[in-house]
Structures are given as structure tokens and as C-alpha cells.
Design a protein around this ligand. Structure first.
Ligand SMILES: *Cc1c(COP(=O)(O)O)cnc(C)c1O
Length: 386
């Protein structure tokens, strides 16, 4: 999702800077990793955009209608706490409304969670490589990043994360499925993590891709609880927060609606530091329309179609000879190391935008069938060219 906000940061060494400027930025801000400009098609360029894990389907007609109707009220402030949406989300998840906090995308909600619990110099433990927003959110919150390397096959190493906890640790971030590598944590692994971590350390379970998970060992994967995710884990522990979004499965990335599900007291704290009116009226109404039973059934049928596409793409890649980590999300990960940037350029030349993480690997989102076929042809070429 960060593609959309990537801009050239004004680096301190920039010769165009005015010599009269003496206002120091916070050291943590000066040290933020520079963003690689996001891959977006230039004006008029025809490219398949498989670089941002977006849902290739546009909003449902009923959702577009709700957006259009809400637009007429744009002169009014939105409902500050998005009460109607919070109630709908609470019913959707199966918790109390006071346990739900919405925000301008789940990245903003994560920033608010950290603002509520992290003091200067506190440690936040998270896997790496994982979601690129984590190191930035931690630094901006004044915290210190403790990055724990992934285990084999792009899986989170939860025992190593538990072992990385010190008296200064306030938060652990568990990204499941992990962006950009793809595997989901298993219920027993998460239980073991929570048994090992002190109960005053917050464990944030980032379930941005929850609806795409089909791993029977994932939390909440039992047949009668499909899509429940780690909500049962939340009920059993006082130090768990779930982070969710309507950007991926629900296809509302452009409207920015994310939410946290937390114990009520922690939710109060997150709400207290949240940007006032952080979710626009248009976004609230679009989210509400997406959660109506009929719309939700249609949206989840699309997710099923994307999961079927994922399985088709993964099977085709295996048949080509690729050995890749398991994906439980709407993307696949190619650990290409030093070849990564070159491969991304080749994909673009072939009409497909993918997401390179220089020197490490390349993430390719699952899109419409034609886009996936275009990418499969690219991947076949890479094998021939090794
Ligand atoms: C895409 C993504 C999000 C969601 O971001 P929004 O701000 O809700 O659009 C959160 N976490 C991870 C790991 C993601 O990949």
C-alpha cells in the first residue's frame, strides 16, 4: 500500500536546501529509510499493476452508490468515532463495539497503537523481512526496532521473537500472513508465543490478509470459524490486539479504512491518541455498504476467486520449476537476492509491475487472470535466463 505515498524524502544532504534553514528534525525522522519511488504506470502506459497487493476488482455497484450518496455530505464533518461502522465491525468480528477502533487505514491504526503504548526508547520486536511500514512506524513513535530474522521458507520465527523480549520491550508485531513472504503463523505457534511473552507486553497480530488464509493450522481456521482469525486468541489474553483492514479483501485501499480489535481499556487508549475524524464520511459509508450481508457475500466470493487464482499461479510456478515459500495471501514471494532489481526491470519491460525489495526478493500480487498469465510468462523467462 505504501506505493501510493512514496515520495522523495528531502534528505539532509540535498543541495537545493535553503542555507537559512536551521530547524532540526528529530534524529529518528532524519534516519528514516528513504523510500524507493513506488512503481506506478506513467500516464498512458499500459501495465499490469501487481506491485501493491491491491484487489483487482473495483467496488461493487452498491458500494459505489453509497460513495456517491455520501459525497453529497462532504461539507459536514464525519461521525468522529464512526459509531455505526464500529458497531457493524464489532458484530462482524463478534466483539463489543468498545473493543473496536477505526482509523485512516490500518497503518494509521498501527501508529496510534504504538503512540498509546511506546515511550521513547522502548523496544518493539518484529520479524524481518516483513511489512515495510513497521520500521517507520516504530521510529516515528520514538521506539527502537528489534528485528528478528525470518525462519526458513519465509516463515515467522516466533520462538526467536519471544527470546528477543527484554524488560524494555513494550510491543511485538506478528504479521500473518507475512507481507511480503506469504506464510501464515499457526495457532499452536501463536499460543506458544503468548505463553512465553510477559502479559504486560502487547502482541499486535496484523491480519491484513486474513480473508485469503486457507491454511487449516492458522488461528480460527476451524471449519465452523472460517475467517475468524485470532479473535479467540484475543478473548483468551489481555495483551492481544488484532489489526485489520478493508484495503485488501474488501477492495477499499483507496478509501483508507482499517481497525484494531482490542481489550476495551487498550481500545480506549488507542482511540484517545487517534487523529480526530480520521475516517472520512465517504469511507465510513463505503465500508458499511461493503459489510452488508449481500455485498459481503459477493466480496468474499471474489476473494475465493483470487485464492483460486493464487493456487493456479503457484501450481504453474511449481510446474515451471520454482521452489517458493507458501502463500496464504494475495501475493507470491521470489527470494531472488542480488538479481531482484534486474528482474523487476525485466518484468516492467514485459508489461508487469512487481514489487522489488533490492538485494532480497520480489513480491508479485495476484491480479486478474490476464495479468497473472502475463506474469507467468515473465517468470518462465527468468528460469531460462539463469
Ligand atoms: C496492506 C497491509 C496493511 C494495510 O494497510 P492499510 O493502511 O489498511 O491500507 C497492513 N498490514 C500489512 C502487513 C499490509 O500488507
Amino acid at each position: 500500500m505504501l506505493d501510493a505515498v512514496e515520495t522523495a524524502v528531502n534528505r539532509p544532504s540535498d543541495p537545493s536546501r535553503d542555507a537559512r534553514e536551521h530547524v532540526p528534525l528529530r534524529a529518528a525522522v532524519e534516519a528514516l529509510p528513504p523510500y524507493v519511488p513506488g512503481a506506478r504506470p506513467a500516464a498512458g502506459e499500459r501495465l499490469w499493476k501487481l506491485s501493491s497487493n491491491e484487489n483487482p476488482y473495483g467496488p461493487l455497484p452498491s458500494v459505489v452508490a453509497a460513495i456517491a450518496e455520501a459525497a453529497a455530505d462532504a461539507n459536514r464533518y464525519p461521525d468522529m468515532y464512526a459509531s455505526e461502522l464500529v458497531e457493524a465491525l464489532a458484530a462482524h468480528v463478534g466483539v463489543l463495539p468498545e473493543q473496536v477502533v477505526v482509523g485512516n487505514g490500518s497503518v494509521a491504526v498501527l501508529a496510534h497503537i504504538l503512540a498509546a503504548v511506546v515511550d521513547a526508547g522502548d523496544e518493539v520486536v518484529y520479524p524481518w523481512r516483513s511489512f515495510e511500514a513497521y520500521p517507520i512506524a516504530v521510529s516515528v513513535a520514538g521506539g527502537r526496532s528489534v528485528m528478528v530474522p525470518l525462519a526458513r521458507d519465509g516463515r515467522l520465527d516466533l520462538p526467536a521473537m519471544a527470546a528477543a523480549v527484554t524488560p524494555r520491550t513494550r510491543v511485538l508485531l506478528v504479521c500473518t500472513p507475512n507481507n511480503p513472504t506469504g506464510p501464515a503463523v499457526h495457532a499452536d505457534e501463536l499460543d506458544a508465543l503468548l505463553a512465553a511473552v510477559p502479559s504486560d507486553v502487547l502482541v499486535v497480530v496484523d491480519e491484513a490478509y486474513l480473508e485469503f488464509v486457507r491454511d487449516p493450522q492458522a488461528p480460527g481456521a476451524a471449519a465452523d470459524a472460517r475467517g475468524a482469525g485470532a479473535v479467540d486468541v484475543l478473548r483468551r489474553h489481555g495483551n492481544v490486539v488484532l489489526l485489520r483492514t478493508l484495503s485488501k479483501a474488501y477492495g477499499l485501499a483507496g478509501l483508507r479504512v482499517g481497525y484494531a480489535v482490542a481489550p476495551a481499556r487498550i481500545a480506549d487508549g488507542i482511540r484517545a491518541v487517534s487523529t480526530p475524524f480520521g475516517v472520512s464520511h465517504v469511507a465510513q459509508q463505503a465500508a458499511l455498504a461493503s459489510l452488508r450481508p449481500q455485498a459481503q457475500a459477493e466480496l468474499l466470493a471474489r476473494v475465493d476467486a483470487l485464492v483460486a487464482e493464487r493456487e493456479r499461479v503457484v501450481a504453474a510456478l511449481r510446474a515451471q520449476g520454482w521452489d517458493l515459500p507458501e502463500s496464504q495471501a494475495n501475493f507470491v514471494w521470489f527470494p531472488l537476492g542480488e538479481a531482484t532489481s534486474e528482474r523487476a526491470k525485466q518484468a516492467r519491460a514485459a508489461g508487469v509491475l512487481v514489487r522489488p525489495f533490492a538485494g532480497d526478493g520480489l513480491r508479485v500480487s495476484i491480479g486478474e487472470r490476464e495479468a497473472n498469465d502475463a506474469f507467468l510468462a515473465v517468470a518462465q523467462g527468468w528460469l531460462a535466463d539463469r
